[in-house]
Design a protein around this ligand. Structure first.
Ligand code: GLN
Length: 315
């Protein structure tokens, strides 16, 4: 039997000492100013046992990891119709790329690149005010994590808005193809606030448990029954999109090295799911060339080496 607590502590110690930590995102102060020495890790097992190490309780900007929760809500709202407006193929291009939108008529490749997440935001906005949509998202993640102190970092959201010319370009371009129904400013206001959700590794791993547990959010105590968030099939499918698209043009490399569904964010976090085994969150702000957490990926690679977890070998 693997001593998971020891493994998680060991990996955190190794990461603390790692010399090559990548570079934090530089485009806004809220990300640029985070200390690259930070590292946190949380592993929550099916029975609720929680293993924490390093800065696992420190809140950070979850950025694109929010795309998993947004996709879940959008599938709940419109079901499989969503797939008429966004694809589910890996893009092989950067997270904020515009190139494929021209030949593919404003239909983004998948919901985890920015263009796709902007369409998902438009779907969730529906006829609501951005404020209501943000409130719904907050309630959703707070409910999933079972914690009320999850907030949107308004300074980060405002800075995203000020510097978000690429995202504006993506949104206007898709609007021109008729694939956004709401005004661009409202859709992006909602999108940037999702990205600015601040959560700790522990909270993220808690929030991701439904993807580990066939769509069921486990109860708070051992005896308590869980709550169905999505069907088992939908949980499998969200995991499939995380595996194929969750790391942009680094998704193949992540599948090769880690072999678990995972979603990264430019704040340096990664949510990874070992189905029926664990919900895992790691955070290290330094990014690799593809905009994914350098040490977060390495930590997950070491975790699966030591536990044997892989969707390609359920064990
Ligand atoms: N807020 C970022 C953006 O829209 C999110 C991207 C990311 O996490 N990769 O550019």
């Amino acid at each position: 039997m693997v001593d998971l607590s020891a493994v998680v502590a060991e990996i955190a110690a190794e990461m603390q000492a790692a010399p090559d930590r990548g570079v934090p995102a530089q485009y806004i102060p809220g990300l640029r100013d985070v200390d690259p020495a930070r590292f946190g890790m949380a592993v929550i097992e099916m029975d609720g046992t929680c293993h924490l190490a390093g800065d696992a309780d420190e809140a950070f900007s979850i950025q694109s990891i929010s795309k998993v929760f947004a996709l879940t809500l959008a599938l709940g709202a419109v079901g499989d119709q969503l797939w008429t407006r966004v694809g589910r193929e890996p893009s092989g291009t950067a997270f904020n790329s515009i190139v494929q939108l021209e030949t593919e008529h404003g239909i983004p490749r998948n919901p985890f690149i920015n263009a796709g997440a902007i369409v998902v935001s438009d779907v969730l906005l529906g006829r609501h005010e951005p404020r209501e949509a943000i409130g719904e998202m907050l309630r959703f993640v707070r409910g999933l994590a079972g914690e009320e102190d999850i907030i949107v970092d308004r300074a980060v959201a405002a800075a995203e808005m000020e510097t978000g010319h690429r995202n504006m370009a993506l949104a206007h371009y898709m609007h021109a193809f008729g694939n956004l129904k709401n005004p661009v400013e409202r859709v992006l206001g909602f999108y940037f606030h999702q990205c600015a959700l601040a959560m700790s590794c522990r909270q993220l791993a808690l929030a991701g448990r439904y993807l580990m547990a066939r769509g069921v959010q486990p109860g708070a105590t051992a005896g308590e029954r869980g709550r169905s968030v999505v069907s088992p099939q939908r949980a499998r499918r969200i995991n499939a999109v995380m595996m194929t698209c969750g790391h942009y043009d680094g998704s193949g490399e992540f599948a090769f090295r880690v072999g678990l569904p995972g979603k990264s964010g430019v704040g340096g976090g990664i949510l990874a799911i070992a189905p029926c085994k664990a919900s895992i969150a790691v955070w290290s702000p330094g990014l690799n060339a593809r905009g994914n957490s350098q040490l977060g990926t390495l930590a997950l690679e070491r975790l699966v080496q030591r536990t044997g977890w892989s969707v390609f070998d359920p064990g």
